[in-house]
Ligand binder design. Sequence first.
Ligand code: GLN
Length: 483
Amino acid sequence: MELCEQSAFVLHQMLVSKEISCREILLSLLNRIHSRDLNAYITLFEEEALKEAERVDQQIKRGEDLSPWTGIPLAVKDNICIQGKPTTCGSKILTSFQPPYDASVISKLKEKDCLFIGKTNMDEFAMGSSNENSHYHPVRNPWDPTRVPGGSSGGSVAAVASGQAIWALGSDTGGSIRQPASFCGVVGLKPTYGRVSRYGLVAFASSLDQIGPIARTVQDCALLLEAIAGYDSLDSTSLDRPVPLYSTNLKREMQGMKMGIPREFFGEGLDSKVEERIRFAIHQLEEAGVEPLEISLPHTEYAIATYYLIATAEASSNLARYDGVRYGYRTKSFRDLYEMQSKTRQEGFGDEVKRRIMLGTYALSAGYYEAYYGRAQKARTLIRRDFDQAFEKVDFILTPTAPTQAFKIGEKIEDPLQMYLSDIYTVSPSLAGVPALSLPLDIPKDGLPIGLQFIGKTLEEEKLLQIAFACEEMKILDNSISS
Ligand code: GLN
């Protein structure tokens, strides 16, 4: 196995035992990046990363202690700010933007000596499910380059799945970590809302956005979450709760646990091949001593409509700041301020972003506010209550992550509704604010990954990781890599 295909956990041990150098890890990754063009990165920090690797190697030579994160190359979604580095959000409107500060997750990782390899491609402002909405062109699925990697964290996920990053940060508003993780066969976790600071994450829909880890193993996913979780006074929605040692607490039996299987998640629109594989996984878990219980989340049918009202309403407000005055792109010729702003936005935003701004502005407009935004908020409360009630009976909920496997590039781009339906199983946990993890199952004969979604109670990331880890040990899944 090449170094770029190893887990962070193993690489750390190899660094400690001086079997390998940090430079060797990095060169292995860079070689993979340059030999296989998936368009996963928007910006690469090649020279800086090599210098940083040199610094880590000196540290090793001097016999200094290494943290488990030291020198392990990480890819960062391009909507998370790194001081002085381009942060485009996949948009033309932010082409020249270089944030003057670090996101809190980045400060935490810098303290731990993590090595940043680059910023990854994404759907513009994280709006999309296929990465085709990026101003920097689509990312390709490493398992089949004619297919999408999913979105919006498609670059981060494709990089991890193909050995172009050891692990990565993504962001998830309605499925943007989990759905691509399912399409590319990696582990992706959306934490509880408030578990990870949003400070320095460019806002899409602030009541839903969360940063989360993407990795090839559950243990790496746990380790990365451990590094970024925790209270932050710079984010007013941050939760002030201790952070468990997710990565060291992983050994736990699943025996006797109760898993909820929501009947609404196995209906119309679910591809038969995906359903078959998920049902087989349920059977395997049952064999391992987990008790399945059919449950109902009765308001699931409203989830997509609710999500697309709330997310667009919040986006229309959050994106008002891109006015050509303060930062980013500005149109070249204009007569007055009004024309400057409208031309800047017209030229700077892509079609999907404009569609969302219009939908959101409409939902919030006088006369329609109660009928759309107000009702969506009420439906959100009902969806959240469905989860509260379900968790009185079960330890976790199990569903498919996405209704299909990765689809073809171009297949859904002309049909926004079909594209939105790709999030049908991921938006509900986002609306409820609860954590959810996508775990890859072994790769089927057609070579396209399928993900299993585990949904947990508020702040029970630890339990989700333990269950996923137990599944990994049982080899329900296979952490294959697409080289
Ligand atoms: N695909 C969903 C959307 O387009 C979710 C995006 C996300 O989670 N950032 O809104």
